[in-house]
Write a protein that binds this ligand. Structure first.
Ligand code: NAD
Ligand code: DAU
Length: 349
């Protein structure tokens, strides 16, 4: 992998992955980060890497749905591997307006696959980053494995399921060298504050209401983002071509547990007499339509074949994450105020 195309590298996981890759001695190739900079894309998340890695890191603003622009980028940079993160990623937004999810997650992935197919002679890998939400919802027992049937429940999950099927089909039909990973909920630095954990941290810090959907008993399997990056890289390097791998944190928590933990840590490290105990800010609100009850991942295949396990526990990871948001209030403020978008407009039109 000399010229690795990363899509969606200005988003939460993509930017963490680029940081991770540029920090690995064993990876000496170039990274071409293609991102269209939707509301979730923020080049400022990688600002400190741009000069430090000027010879190995290139950012290009482009839409993966634009086939001709993507073809030019592909040729100009002699791409030989792809790691595909770009997506519309927020379930609530997919419920309100699914269109962009269909375009980016399905049509965009299809475009990339066609590009890869037409350059198959020099392609070493197409890695597709996907989600455990394709499997639908679990009851109180059991785990998602790589052979669990797909039963997506939200437009987001359905669009990711469609993209997984396309990627797999391009391997079966055209022999494209692919790998797919289906991961559970990530948390950590640079996550856009629409998702549960950063939203709750920032609202609690400011003494705002903490909206918990339904009864708060929905369960997610949390994984620190760097562990996800590590798993993706291991799969890209050593995973069987044509295979799917589940990635999970072995950390099942109800939403209310997560929110109460955040409240307790903030009361301890950032007490505020005007706000008082943060758990008093919790408000149970109308449930998300089609809200999946429980996710839990069995990652035995990844552990046995590639020796991966998460390094970070939830207890240490959530503290690190809260501290990161406290230490990076400028990033937060620019995201929350929309100033980052003004910067994008000024630099990229
Ligand atoms: P994100 O929303 O933070 O980032 C997505 C990035 O994709 C943004 O930078 C955005 O600008 C870019 N993008 C969107 N549409 C694009 C387009 N048409 N062309 C080019 N770029 C485009 O998402 P994330 O949380 O970092 O998720 C990244 C990937 O990981 C997604 O594929 C998601 O389905 C998957 N995933 C996420 C999680 C999670 O917990 N966040 C868990 C499992 C899998
Ligand atoms: O499981 C992997 C998926 O995790 C990824 O594929 C998605 O891209 C990612 O967004 C995430 O999806 P979720 O819907 O699980 O994440 P979210 O942070 O939106 O919500 C987590 C849980 O918290 C979910 O049960 C809904 C609940 N929630 C969320 C928000 C934003 C609340 O109770 N209140 C909220 O305000």
């Amino acid at each position: 992998m000399n010229n690795l195309l990363i899509t969606g590298g200005c988003g939460f996981i993509g930017s963490n992955f680029i940081r991770y890759m540029l920090g690995r001695e064993e990876f000496t190739g170039r990274i071409i980060n293609v991102d269209s900079l939707t509301y979730a894309g923020n080049p400022e998340s990688l600002a400190d890497r741009v000069d430090a890695f000027a010879d190995r890191y290139t950012f290009i603003r482009a839409d993966i749905c634009d086939g001709s622009q993507m073809a030019k980028i592909y040729d100009r940079h002699d791409v030989d591997a792809i790691c595909h993160f770009a997506a519309e990623s927020h379930v609530d937004r997919s419920i309100v307006s699914p269109d962009a999810f269909i375009q980016t997650n399905i049509v965009g992935t299809f475009n990339l696959l066609e590009l890869a197919r037409s350059h198959q002679d020099r392609l070493t890998l197409f890695h597709h980053v996907s989600t455990d939400e394709v499997f639908g919802s679990l009851g109180a027992e059991g785990y998602f494995t790589e052979t669990t049937a797909y039963r997506p429940n939200s437009p987001y999950a359905a669009s990711k399921a469609a993209s997984d099927h396309l990627v797999r089909a391009y391997h079966k039909t055209y022999g494209l060298p692919i790998t797919i990973s289906n991961c559970s909920n990530n948390y950590g630095p640079y996550q856009f504050p629409e998702k549960l954990i950063p939203l709750m941290i920032l609202n609690a810090l400011e003494g705002k209401s903490l909206p918990v959907y339904g009864d708060g008993q929905n369960v997610r399997d949390w994984l620190y983002v760097t562990d996800h990056c590590d798993a993706v890289w291991k799969i890209m390097r050593d995973g069987q071509r044509g295979a799917t791998y589940n990635i999970g944190g072995n950390t099942e928590k109800t939403n209310i547990e997560v929110v109460e933990t955040i409240c307790a840590i903030l009361d301890e490290i950032a007490p505020d007499n005007d706000i008082g105990p943060r758990r008093d800010l919790i408000a149970f609100v109308t449930d998300r339509p089609g809200h999946d009850r429980r996710y839990a991942i069995d990652f035995a295949k990844l552990k046995q074949e590639l020796g991966w396990s998460p390094a970070e526990s939830f207890e240490t990871g959530i503290r690190k994450t809260i501290q990161w948001y406290l230490d990076n209030m400028q990033w937060v403020q620019r995201v929350r105020s929309g100033e980052y978008q003004a910067w994008i407009k000024q630099h990229y039109g």
